[in-house]
Design a protein around this ligand. Structure first.
Ligand code: UD1
Ligand code: MG
Length: 511
């Protein structure tokens, strides 16, 4: 191994990105899990630079704040006026006066750049002992980009901006990708000699190549294998195109590691997500942030997971989750909403139209339908009936509800926190529970039911209800006449009609 070169990375991110038409600086626009700037910093990470300098200008405070979050080791350097890419690098090096070895410069708006490509560029540059090396690519449409002009021997002669180019130069399709490696000392020297004698009146970094070459210094071109990596982003149409390209790259990567993606065109996976083998991602699914999908899990169709962990063999169908944990073999949805700190243990179930926030659902516990679960701890194997509401908020404070192991909550129950239902306890359907229910007890708060006979005939005469009631009455009378004829006055349906004890939760709870 040769002596390692000290390396400094400079990312140019001071431009406004006018054509984005945005209050957000261009480099902060998001693209599948990172900002444009975040992607560029990620591509440069394997270089293990001694220092990373990011030149900021437009939206400096916003960019500085973002850097503090995603790359606290990077040094932001302010370029108050955007006087050109050469000027920007000059300012960056003023902030790194002791930088020696290799200076790697990357435009902040090339998010598809692969780490392998930057590394190959830098290694080729260092191995050749070049003064400057530019990453180039042959592109179908070079409009707006700087062209690589070669001499008759095929060596780099200069880089010419489109607006300064001759018609012959404009016809060239080999372009400057905006990614470079320089020898620090020779770069410094050349930057001091830049003029502003061009169509934009700016200091062009690209002019360094012509200057070095004219001084007899070795300059080189490193050609990228895949021109897609060098695509920049100037407006939102281009951003959308980059997003599709990155989606395809990410999806192909997961398909190759043994993940099934049933419809790669409608599946959007952030670069920050992990998906394990044999997971199945069905269509219209978005996996974002720090999401992890475990082996063999089935996610989708129509699922959005943000910072959510899905355990092995779990199923999530047509649902939205943020900051949630779905345990192994648990099932979610269709149509569930899991909010931050919803933690579903192994084999638990959160079903249809159920919202869960800051709650633990125990092993094998079920919340199958139409419920709100907030600030609760639900024990293993507990069953929460349809339309149960965990009343966690009294208008001032959030309070917790604790449901014991294998407790059984009847449908349409309000659990008014703070409250506790003991292990194995039952709560009758339709109750409003505000006091603890001891283990094994039945908690019930329902008023007794009464039937006011003949009320419809009296109060709703002439309605369809009254007519239906009358037909039912007549039919029952006929039936009971027949029945008494057959069995001497013992109506067959008596058993069913005379159950009169307080209905327990079991009557109306759902599975
Ligand atoms: C630049 C190159 C061009 C190349 C293209 C690749 C120059 C002169 N031209 O052109 O050859 O084909 O990139 O995309 O370098 N920036 C600053 N401060 C400034 C000016 C720019 O930080 O004063 C930053 C911008 O935010 C951007 C990057 O430098 O991230 C490139 O600037 P931009 O204006 O986009 O240059 P291009 O015209 O695209
Ligand atoms: Mg540009």
């Amino acid at each position: 191994m040769s002596e390692p070169h000290p390396r400094t990375v400079v990312v140019l991110a001071a431009g406004e990105g006018k054509r984005m038409k945005s209050s957000l600086p261009k480099v902060l626009h998001p693209l599948l899990g990172r900002t444009l700037l975040g992607h560029v910093l990620g591509a440069a990470a394997p270089l293990r630079a001694d220092r990373t300098v990011v030149v900021i200008g437009h939206g400096a405070d916003q960019v500085r704040g973002h850097l503090a979050e995603v790359a606290p080791e990077a040094t932001p350097v302010l370029q108050a006026q955007q006087l050109g890419t050469g000027h920007a690098v000059r300012i960056a090096l003023e902030a790194a006066p002791d930088a020696t070895g290799t200076v790697v410069v990357i435009n902040g708006d090339v998010p598809l750049l692969r780490p392998e490509t930057v590394t190959a560029l830098v290694e080729a540059h260092e191995a050749a002992g070049a003064a400057a090396t530019v990453l180039a690519a042959e592109v179908p449409d070079p409009t707006g980009l700087g062209r690589i002009v070669r001499d008759t021997a095929g060596r780099l002669a200069q880089i010419v901006e489109e607006r300064d180019a001759t018609p012959e130069q404009r016809a060239l399709r080999e372009i400057n990708a905006g990614i470079y490696a320089f020898d620090a000392a020779r770069l410094r020297d050349a930057l001091g000699k830049l003029s502003t004698d061009n169509d934009q009146g700016e200091e062009y970094l690209t002019d360094v190549f012509g200057l070095l070459r004219d001084a007899g210094e070795p300059v080189a071109v490193h050609v990228a294998a895949d021109h897609v990596e060098t695509l920049g982003c100037n407006d939102r149409v281009e951003l959308a195109a980059l997003r599709r390209l990155l989606r395809d790259r990410v999806n192909e990567g997961w398909l190759r590691t043994g993940v099934s993606i049933l419809d790669p065109y409608t599946t959007w996976i952030d670069v920050t997500v992990t998906v394990e083998r044999d997971a199945v991602i069905d269509q219209n699914t978005q996996l974002q942030g720090a999401t992890v999908v475990g082996a063999g899990a089935v996610v989708g169709p129509d699922v959005t997971l943000i910072d959510t962990t899905v355990g092995e063999g779990a199923t999530v169908l047509r649902s939205h989750a943020v900051g949630a944990e779905v345990g192994p073999r648990a099932t979610v949805g269709p149509y569930a909403y899991l909010r931050p700190a919803a933690r579903l243990a192994e084999k638990s179930k959160v079903g249809t139209f159920v919202e869960v926030k800051n709650s633990e659902i125990g092993v094998g516990a079920k919340v199958p339908h139409l419920s709100y679960v907030g600030d609760a701890t639900i024990g293993a194997k507990a069953n929460i009936g349809a339309a149960t509401i965990f009343v966690n908020y009294d208008g001032v404070n959030k309070n917790r509800t604790v449901i014991g192991e294998a407790a059984f909550i009847g449908c349409d129950t309000s659990l008014i926190a703070p409250v506790e239902v003991g292990a194995g306890a039952y709560v009758a359907a339709g109750s409003a529970i505000s006091q603890d229910v001891p283990a094994g007890a039945l908690g019930v708060t329902r008023a007794p039911q009464r039937a006011i006979e003949g009320w419809v005939a009296r109060k709703r005469a002439g309605t369809a209800s009254a007519a239906a009631a009358e037909r039912a009455r007549a039919a029952a009378e006929g039936a009971s006449v027949e029945a008494s004829a057959a069995s001497e006055g013992e109506p067959m349906h008596e058993g069913a009609e005379t159950v009169s004890g307080p209905a327990t939760a079991g009557d109306t709870a759902t599975e």
